[in-house]
Ligand binder design. Structure first.
Ligand SMILES: Cc1cc2nc3c(=O)[nH]c(=O)nc-3n(C[C@H](O)[C@H](O)[C@H](O)COP(=O)(O)OP(=O)(O)OC[C@H]3O[C@@H](n4cnc5c(N)ncnc54)[C@H](O)[C@@H]3O)c2cc1C
Length: 274
């Protein structure tokens, strides 16, 4: 939709031109959310697309995803064969049940900054130990894990004027085994529950709960827990009020499916799916 309160659009091409975000300003990435509903508080958009950040950079240390990388660009990425967890990329992109128009415009950074429970880029990057690289006003930089960056629906760790520059996925996380489970109330509905488990060759087991909770919840174990140990850890980490409640699922259903999927993932990663 047209945003009829917008008086100016800035198109910075260098980092220095990003400084000076005033009240009524917002960064613009793909615009799929910004242009999907009225934004009466906004007067100026600062378009990030002219900064020319390379969408994906694979190095021996891992994968750096520019905040402006689109979901379509990420889905097309061809990962090195030794990155055994790379198929998660496609699975999480497909959890984003939007049209090709949205896929071609929506950015990974925009999805994480929205911080919605059903944000599939949050599920992906949180499960793979993603770290947000944040540019601070004045030329500084800080890093926050994706799990800590997302605080709740439409709430994240960015301070005024800060921009999410990239998300870094470490090679070690990309080289783990994984198991993925997702549920939605309808065939083409938003995720109501999305769990990802990962397992290191030497035993470490990590379970990341997203979509069913208001923010990502991650449980890490040095060795895979017993079924009752996993159940107890989930109960301790997710109090009832942390389960999300909206049109995409009631909290009791989300809690039930979270426990069910957690059990399945533990079995798949510890007993080879038996
Ligand atoms: C049909 C449809 C289906 C959708 N389905 C889903 C879904 O299943 N799950 C879901 O999570 N969302 C969904 N959305 C919402 C939205 O499209 C996505 O979250 C999308 O990924 C947002 O990315 P964007 O690049 O378009 O962000 P934009 O709309 O450009 O920006 C979103 C917000 O993030 C801020 N922002 C963007 N990039 C940065 C940055 N680098 N640094 C700081 N701030 C930034 C903007 O200022 C704005 O507040 C859907 C939207 C539509 C229209």
């Amino acid at each position: 939709m047209d945003l009829n309160t917008i008086e100016a659009v800035a198109r910075p091409s260098r980092r220095e031109e990003l400084d000076g975000l005033a009240p009524g300003d917002a960064f613009l990435a793909g615009g799929t959310w910004l242009f999907s509903e009225p934004q009466p508080g906004l007067r100026r958009l600062v378009d990030l697309s002219g900064l020319g950040w390379p969408p994906l950079v694979a190095t021996p240390e891992g994968l750096s995803i520019a905040a402006t990388c689109t979901v379509a660009e990420l889905d097309a990425f061809e990962a090195p064969a030794e990155w055994t967890a790379a198929p998660l990329i496609g699975q999480c992109c497909r959890a984003f049940l939007a049209s090709f128009k949205i896929w071609n415009m929506a950015s990974v950074g925009g999805n994480i900054c929205m911080s919605l429970p059903a944000g599939p880029m949050i599920s992906l990057t949180a499960a793979l130990d993603g770290v947000c690289v944040i540019w601070t006003p004045g030329g500084g930089e800080r890093r926050v894990s994706v799990v800590d960056f997302v605080r709740g629906p439409l709430d994240n760790a960015l301070e005024r004027g800060e921009v999410l520059r990239a998300i870094e996925l470490p090679r070690a996380a990309l080289a783990r085994r994984f198991a993925f489970r997702r549920a939605s109330l309808s065939r083409l509905g938003r995720s109501g529950v999305l769990l990802i488990g990962t397992r290191e060759a030497e035993g470490g087991f990590v379970l990341t709960v997203t979509a069913s909770t208001r923010r990502p919840v991650q449980l890490a174990f040095a060795e895979p827990p017993s079924p009752s140990g996993l159940e107890a850890a989930l109960e301790a980490a997710i109090p009832p009020e942390l389960y999300h409640d909206d049109i995409h699922g009631r909290p009791d259903w989300r809690r039930h499916m979270t426990r069910e999927f957690a059990r399945e993932i533990r079995t798949e990663l510890t007993e080879g799916g038996r």
